[in-house]
Design a protein around this ligand. Structure first.
Ligand code: F6P
Length: 490
């Protein structure tokens, strides 16, 4: 950095590294494999960037340090704050509220207090790192109060916010006792980005209904309450008196070239063949890959598959389903309940249809490195993405990017952000079990010619619109916010 701070600051709940405890008891930081990291790494390197986030563990008090060409700024959370702010308000209030209340959201005042307190800590950390006039990019639902808090502390900044999950319709959002504070938090940004046009429209409708502000299309006019600039100081952008907040869709993507390249390596191709072989070389290999989350429709998909076996439309050992369900938010009760339900269902179907040496479902409650995922995608014939609600769903895009042999069918829920973009997939309504069964059967029987045509279309889209393009488009839109001269007269 220059001595004056960083020109680009990212604020996200998690740092792009996890703190791990080694065997000898010492701690070290390891790069976490998330898509956001690979997307922002080149931008951060080039722009002299800092990343403010949580280490993933309780009570980690660490000084900012340099890694991967950027400044990492850990924010400390106590065990109680993890319970109230992260597991509570973020993942048991906002998460279900934003996903069609599939699980009932819980509203607790002490969770809200922790959310406010933690958001303030993140805003202070960002304010302490940002250079004069810097760009700060705030990410996701855990940080919705940060834009306004930050603007209050640092009116000189350009602030962008991106919402990675769905923004709920007014009728659902209105349940939140602190709905107005959340909207005001977001309106601290200059640009508020969403996955789909529908999310941006939901947000604008919420602004219209819950505030007195004027909106024009996707632009909200907000009174400026920034302190007056001192004589000789550079005035903040925009006219004094008011500023504009723009809402728009910026559908996120993946590092497509990386998945494509991985799937072309000899190691990954050999591993894909080995996976099929170890599963008894089924003629139809179906695959599901998800965080173990109730939004992903894992039960619905397994139920449909089980019924296809009951009906004799799929048979063991001709068919096999591999379901990777990576552990997630394991202290939240709804996730514990889901795990019990999914595992009972898998056990029942395996008991009814499995054979010695040939299970009906290979269920894995683990996370795997990207090379193993690429091999699984390459090995699969049919990828099942059946979310009940999903901001985007990057697994669908990873599968497409890894299908370098153009063999494979994507069955995709219409309730994902990805469904807006990925024509070439077979769309399903996961609540319609009969419809989903027909679509899975169709995918399993698809002629290679149709499969290739569809996969080519999908690959063109995913390889063109990658995550670098996404971050560049967002940042270019944010920095294009007109810097209007401030009228010096009162
Ligand atoms: O989809 C929203 C998201 O926050 C992703 O950014 C993240 O990868 C995932 O949910 C899991 O989040 P966490 O483990 O931090 O709760």
């Amino acid at each position: 950095m220059g001595s004056q701070g960083y020109k680009l600051v990212v604020v996200a709940n998690r740092l792009p590294v996890d703190q791990t405890v080694e065997e000898d008891g010492t701690t070290s930081w390891r790069r976490s494999p998330g898509g956001l990291v690979s997307a922002l790494e080149p931008v951060m390197r080039a722009a002299d960037g800092a990343w403010v986030g949580w280490s993933g563990a309780p009570d980690v008090e660490a000084e900012p340090f340099d890694a991967q060409g950027m400044r990492l700024v850990p924010v400390r959370l106590s065990g109680e704050e993890i319970a109230d702010y992260y597991e509570g308000f973020s993942n048991d209030t906002l998460w279900p509220l934003s996903h069609d209340v599939i699980s009932p959201p819980e509203f607790h005042r002490h969770w809200w207090d922790a959310y406010r307190r933690v958001n303030k800590r993140f805003a202070e950390a960002a304010a302490g790192q940002a250079a004069q006039g810097a760009v700060v990019w705030v990410h996701d639902y855990q940080m919705q109060l940060v834009p306004a808090l930050l603007r209050e502390m640092r009116p000189d900044l350009r602030i962008g916010y991106f919402h990675h999950i769905p923004f709920p319709p007014l009728e659902i959002f209105a349940q939140l006792p602190w709905r107005r504070q959340v909207v005001e938090g977001l309106l601290g940004a200059d640009l508020v980005g969403f996955q789909r046009g529908g999310d941006a429209s939901n947000f604008i409708r919420v602004v219209r209904r819950l505030t007195d502000l004027t909106t024009r299309g996707q632009v909200v006019t907000v009174p400026r309450n920034a302190p007056p600039t001192a004589p000789g100081e550079e005035p903040p952008p925009h006219g004094h008196g008011e500023r504009h907040v723009r809402a728009a869709a910026f559908p996120i993507s993946i590092d497509s070239a990386r998945f494509d390249a991985m799937a072309r390596t000899d190691e990954v191709r050999a591993r894909a063949r080995e996976i099929r072989h170890d599963l008894g070389d089924p003629s139809i290999l179906l695959l599901g890959v998800d965080r173990l989350d109730y939004t992903k429709g894992i039960r619905h998909r397994i139920k449909a598959y089980g019924e296809l076996l009951d009906d004799g439309r799929l048979k063991i050992p001709d068919a096999a389903l591999v379901q990777v369900a990576s552990p997630s938010r394991e202290n939240v009760e709804a996730y514990q309940q889901l795990r019990d339900d999914v595992e009972a269902l898998v056990g029942r179907i395996n008991g009814e249809h499995g054979q010695i040496g040939a299970a009906a479902i290979y269920y894995m409650h683990h996370s795997y490195p990207p090379e193993e995922m690429a091999a699984l995608y390459l090995a699969a014939d049919v990828m099942l993405v059946t979310s009940l609600r999903d901001g985007m769903n990057l697994v669908a895009k990873e599968f497409v990017a890894a299908c370098t042999d153009e063999r494979g069918v994507l069955v995709l829920s219409e309730f994902t952000g990805a469904a807006d973009e990925l024509s070439g997939a077979l769309l399903v309504n996961p609540h319609d079990i009969d419809g989903m069964k027909d679509t899975i059967a169709r995918a399993a029987q698809m002629e290679p010619r149709e499969m290739r045509t569809r996969m080519r279309r999908l690959r063109r889209r995913v390889l063109d619109d990658d995550v670098t393009k996404w971050s560049q488009t967002f940042l270019a839109t944010l920095t294009a916010v007109p810097a209007r001269k401030v009228d010096p007269t009162p």
